[in-house]
Design a protein around this ligand. Structure first.
Ligand code: G1P
Length: 307
């Protein structure tokens, strides 16, 4: 059996149109929506870098220029802040341009998450790699990706992040059929279904947007036909790998029990922003006390609304 190559690269698909956030995403990528004072995408890049994945490939599309600008340097702004001696703001803008080695490839004609991952083939080559989806933010205090990398290295297969969700919510996710692996903290994945109806779901374990994949997934994706929504689904390719034995086969799951923030739709995005803002040292206490008063005063509901 060949030795497992180390995981060095992260792939972040960002070509989605962001239609759930219209009209704000008409001229701005959804990944640039602010979560407190940083765009959502920066949290994801920081997560990858924090586990040593400083080679990052973004799969982009039209309308995504702002993302490239955000991770680039702005010498004129740096000079202005330097002149003013504003070290704090200078550090804040330099942070995002010093994060890692960020590359971009265009998806062209977006045809699903599986298609986006396939666009990474040339950059990734023949080594295992991570995929991070921007709608899911993982609290930096809770470990997930590092553990997934360890499981990939130990098993030589592919690894998905799983989280228990209420039964009725499973139809928004890929769903995994799993069994425990004796003596290990991870589970073996036997089957995967993309966005099943609750009555067809094999479990309440949802795939959240973190994967560490064996490069065998590329060949499988090329053979994977359109699935749910007429798109090439990563979940379907992983279903094939879950059934495969030998080199590149096998899918495992790490069940995450930490804090995850979903920025994928307007309501959950608002909850994520408030939750993360409440944790900020500089204004968390003030915000919490304001929220308590706001709720006690009826939380902005017009007096006539409940009558
Ligand atoms: C994608 C995947 C799905 C996964 C989800 C996690 O769906 O296809 O399997 O559960 O991400 O966020 P999307 O949310 O892009 O429709």
């Amino acid at each position: 059996m060949s030795t497992t190559k180390p995981v060095r690269k992260a792939v972040i698909p960002v070509a989605g149109l962001g239609t759930r956030f219209l009209p704000v995403t008409k001229a701005m990528p959804k990944e640039m929506l602010p979560v407190v004072d940083k765009p959502a995408i920066q949290y994801v890049v920081e997560e990858a870098v924090s586990v040593g994945l400083s080679d990052i490939l973004m799969i982009t599309g039209r309308n995504k220029r702002a993302l490239e600008d955000h991770f680039d340097r702005v010498p004129s702004l740096e000079a202005t802040l330097e002149e003013k001696g504003d070290e704090k703001k200078l550090a804040a803008i330099q942070e995002s341009s010093n994060l890692g080695d960020i590359h971009y490839v265009r998806q062209g004609d977006p045809n699903g998450l599986g298609h986006a991952v396939l666009c990474a083939e040339r950059h990734v080559g023949d080594e295992p790699f991570a995929v991070l989806l921007g709608d899911d933010l993982i609290d930096e205090r809770d470990e997930l990706l590092g553990e997934m990398i360890r499981v990939q290295q130990a098993t030589g297969g592919s690894v998905v992040a799983l989280m228990e969700v209420p039964a009725e919510a499973i139809s928004a996710y890929g769903c995994a059929d799993v069994t425990p692996v004796e003596g290990e903290s991870y589970v073996q994945v036997h089957g995967l279904v993309e966005k099943p109806a609750p009555e067809d779901a094999p479990s309440n374990l949802a795939i959240i947007g973190r994967y560490v994949l064996h490069p065998a997934v590329f060949e499988v994706l090329k053979e994977t036909g359109p699935g749910r929504g007429g798109e090439i689904q990563l979940t379907d390719a992983l279903q094939t790998l879950a059934k495969r034995e030998g080199e590149g086969g096998g899918v495992y799951g790490v069940v995450f029990r930490g804090r995850r923030y979903d920025t994928g739709d307007k309501l959950s995005y608002l909850k994520a922003v408030v939750t993360l803002a409440c944790g900020r040292e500089e204004f968390g206490d003030d915000l919490r006390s304001w929220l308590r008063d706001f709720v006690a005063d009826g939380a902005g509901v017009p007096a006539s609304a409940g009558a």
